[in-house]
Design a protein around this ligand. Structure first.
Ligand SMILES: C[S@@+](CC[C@H](N)C(=O)[O-])C[C@H]1O[C@@H](n2cnc3c(N)ncnc32)[C@H](O)[C@@H]1O
Length: 188
């Protein structure tokens, strides 16, 4: 399959795929918080083709929210409220066209989801919400669901255009192990 993605580099996508594949033996499902049009979601669904695990994907489907002051960067002017808008239907149709199992697709703001909106346990989580509050809220949602051995990848941790991502992760990380690859934080 082609890994065309205008939000995540090819190297990062390959790393996400390899890391998620290693989580096939970990208890729980795969989650993506901030799926946009579903490029990474399609790659994750491909990995799960022969697995009982489910893929759960989340997005406002209203585009990006408002930035907070923690997100301001002269390098990130293009990240504005309402950018990256796609519909839930468009994303669902991409899975159908690709002949892949349609994931659980949830529309809403991360802050408005509750624990019941997530799977019982998470084996792999990709968090890609661009802004401080989006990452903070996503981490809060996922943290109590992560299984022993689960891996969480946060996109844009090392991206100076989106400084709120690093702030949210650094506040949350505690004693967890963190590695950085390109812009991604890999947390285990
Ligand atoms: C960079 S895009 C995600 C790209 C996608 N992960 C991929 O690999 O193609 C960020 C997405 O996060 C969503 N988003 C950001 N903050 C959010 C929030 N607080 N609640 C819900 N969705 C949010 C936006 O609507 C947007 O679609």
């Amino acid at each position: 399959m082609s890994f065309k993605n205008d939000q995540v580099s090819l190297k990062e996508t390959e790393y996400i795929i390899n890391t998620a594949s290693e989580c096939l033996e970990v208890s729980g499902d795969f989650v993506e918080l901030g799926c946009y049009k579903g490029d990474t979601s399609l790659a994750l669904a491909e990995i799960l083709k022969t697995s009982d695990k489910k893929l759960w994907i989340y997005d406002s489907f209203e585009g990006l929210p408002e930035k907070s002051s923690l997100d301001n960067s002269p390098l990130g002017e293009e990240f504005k409220k309402g950018e990256l808008l796609v519909t839930k239907r468009e994303v669902k149709e991409r899975f159908l066209r690709a002949g892949l199992r349609v994931p659980v697709i949830k529309k809403g703001w991360f802050a408005d989801f509750s624990s019941e909106d997530l799977p019982e346990k998470i084996a792999f989580c990709f968090l890609d919400g661009d802004f401080y509050k989006s990452i903070r809220d996503g981490l809060k949602l996922a943290e109590n669901k992560l299984s022993e051995g689960a891996i969480l990848i946060v996109h844009d941790y090392n991206n100076p255009a989106l400084p709120g991502v690093k702030k949210a992760v650094d506040e949350w990380i505690g004693t967890r192990k963190l590695q950085v690859l390109e812009t991604c934080a890999i947390i285990s």
